[in-house]
Design a protein. Structure first.
Length: 324
């Protein structure tokens, strides 16, 4: 009896052997660095080797709480997320249009999704030239319109070279400065983010959600005399609540930990640090100032913010999605 059971028990462990390479990769390249950064956040670890590494407790976190530059980067990150609701709304609008089986719909889907599969660096370099205040097509079009309206001396915004923003945020301190009101680098990156997001994965998720809505519900509402707006308000939007919940959560998580690529490629965090996000701040602290311990503390604080938001949103924002 025992001899008959032994081969079967050995077979149960065979799949584990195939999982070992993936598990080893996870431990070495994911779990290991995460644990290391957590420990490092409580030390004064410095890559320059100018001081002995020692345990400093919560000193990095205390310094972080009083670091105005960190909070300016946090404000930049939140400001660059202001385009998220717009991009989600436009993604839904495009999904509804494409769901109506318009002529050439598959071609439009491919064209709209193209920015999502194109090299991000190539797109950013392209937009960097589009935003050029001297010869960029965007300013050329704006100035042509203004001149046709009689504003002969009008000029387009400086875009990536300007610290202005529509919220009039101060550059050096946390607060408002009326002199900073206008269009600048942060608004330019917001426009780029909206353009890149509206035809991406959010649109595809909404298309999938729309295809799962029973056509009988829409047809019954239309027979009862409901117009397009009432059909959307009473049927389409409630049925899309789970999809919207997922998109909102993932978009905000991505926004909080994003912004590094655009800052690195397009602005290097400038002008005057106005496009430096929390992710870019971690990079500068770790690999330009070599303060690995402090950068690790910033990373874990960012993780805590994302976790707190996700838990709150799951607790309160998931109600409508569950009911739907």
């Amino acid at each position: 009896m025992e001899s008959a059971l032994k081969p079967r028990s050995k077979i149960r462990f065979v799949p584990l052997y195939f999982l070992l390479p993936n598990l080893a990769g996870f431990l070495v390249f994911t779990a290991g660095p995460v644990i290391y950064s957590f420990v490092a956040s409580f030390t004064n670890l410095n890559l320059q080797g100018t001081m002995d590494t020692r345990f400093v407790g919560v000193q990095n976190y205390t310094e972080l709480a009083h670091d105005e530059r960190f909070w300016l980067n946090f404000i930049n990150t939140v400001y660059l997320m202001l385009g998220t609701p717009v991009s989600i709304a436009l993604s839904l609008w495009l999904a509804i249009l494409l769901h109506r089986k318009i002529r050439g719909g598959d071609t439009f889907k491919a064209l709209l999704f193209l920015p999502s599969v194109t090299s991000g660096v190539a797109i950013m370099i392209l937009w960097k030239n589009l935003y050029n205040p001297d010869f960029g097509p965007i300013n050329s079009a704006i100035e042509a319109v203004l001149h046709s309206l009689g504003f002969a001396n009008a000029h387009g915004p400086q875009w990536l070279q300007s610290t202005n923003n529509l919220a009039a945020l101060d550059v050096e301190h946390v607060g408002i400065a009326k002199s900073q009101f206008g269009l600048g680098a942060r608004d330019a990156l917001n426009i780029l983010g909206i353009w890149a997001a509206i035809g991406g994965s959010n649109m595809l998720l909404y298309l999938a959600g729309l295809s799962n809505i029973a056509p009988e519900l829409t047809e019954a509402a239309q027979v009862d005399g409901a117009g397009n707006w009432h059909v959307f308000k009473r049927i389409t939007w409630p049925q899309l609540a789970p999809t919207t919940f997922f998109i909102v959560v993932m978009s905000i998580i991505g926004g909080l930990q994003g912004g590094f690529e655009t800052a690195r490629v397009m602005t290097q965090g400038g002008p005057a640090g106005t496009t430096s996000t929390m992710a870019y701040y971690i990079y500068t602290k770790a690999f330009q100032e070599y303060r690995i311990g402090y950068a690790s503390a910033v990373s874990w604080l960012l993780f805590a913010m994302i976790l707190a938001f996700t838990l709150v949103n799951w607790r309160f924002g998931n109600k409508d999605a569950t009911l739907a």
